[in-house]
Design a protein around this ligand. Structure first.
Ligand SMILES: Nc1nc2c(ncn2[C@@H]2O[C@H](COP(=O)(O)OP(=O)(O)O[C@H]3O[C@H](CO)[C@@H](O)[C@H](O)[C@@H]3O)[C@@H](O)[C@H]2O)c(=O)[nH]1
Length: 238
């Protein structure tokens, strides 16, 4: 297949992100990818109680030419379930998870793509911790992320600086081949554990990161960090 026929699928799991959803769609659409790779976006609205759904629908109506698929969960089922639904709808050769807030910058897709495109890797993670210019809003989330990454490295034998990063890019055929059980934020440790157990190496590249505050709608809790550690342990011994 020629390069210009390749597509990056961007899965956007969103829950009550009315404040940012249109900004992130605009940002993703405005990014030019290397190797003439095209984009498709799959937004999974996970039973949002705010105006997220209405905004996505009107965005699509106003931009009929843009490649956006919109999928809805009637009730809130969790980020992991939303990603699993998104995976069923992607058609691109490559796929990345994109949070619906503005913490991660889609311009960084270009930093990750070459490692998949060259065929050298099937999995590339964008590391927030490899970029020393990033600031982190809450020490608990910073150290929680470092701890989870350390434990993943210890258990699975590959040094990872940022295991729970949102920017996980895969060859789609690999991601589709991995059965997932997660419902919430455990998507990250589950996919990392399963990919590493299959013997794949994960390439990490430094990315930018602009964290938002709890007041701005952060939903993750410290208990999600504990669950991540448990999931890493569980798949190690299974
Ligand atoms: N579909 C769906 N999406 C959800 C849900 N809860 C959260 N999300 C989506 O998940 C993204 C991140 O949610 P936050 O609650 O803002 O989490 P965070 O603090 O930004 O989490 C950060 O740290 C995590 C651990 O290091 C990272 O895994 C995550 O990507 C992000 O960087 C947002 O796009 C949000 O809409 C849910 O129940 N359903």
């Amino acid at each position: 297949m020629a390069d210009h026929e390749k597509t990056l699928s961007v899965i956007i799991p969103s829950y009550n992100e009315g404040k940012t959803i249109c900004h992130i769609l605009t940002r993703v659409l405005s990014v030019l990818l290397p190797f003439e790779i095209k984009k498709e976006i799959v937004v999974v609205d996970d039973g949002s109680a705010d105006e997220t759904g209405m905004l996505v629908e009107s965005f699509i109506r106003e931009h009929p030419e843009v490649p956006i698929k919109y999928v809805v969960h009637d009730i809130n089922r969790g980020k992991g379930m939303a990603i699993r639904t998104g995976i069923k709808h992607i058609t691109g050769e490559y796929v990345i998870i994109q949070d619906a807030d503005l913490e991660y910058d889609p311009h960084d897709y270009s930093l990750l793509l070459p490692y998949l495109h060259s065929g050298e890797y099937s999995v590339v993670y964008g590391s927030r911790f490899l970029n020393r210019q990033n600031r982190h809003s809450y020490p608990a989330f910073y150290w929680g992320g470092r701890l989870v990454s350390f434990i993943a490295s210890l258990l699975y034998g590959q040094v990872l600086t940022d295991e729970p990063t949102c920017y996980k890019m895969f060859r789609s055929s690999l991601l589709k081949s991995i059965p997932l059980d997660c419902t919430g934020f455990e998507f990250c440790p589950e996919i990392t554990a399963k990919v590493l157990k299959k013997g794949y190496k994960i390439k990490e590249v430094a990315i930018s990161y602009t964290p938002r505050s709890m007041e701005d709608g952060k939903k993750i809790k410290w208990t999600d960090g504990l669950e991540a550690i448990w999931v890493l342990l569980k798949y190690r011994i299974r």
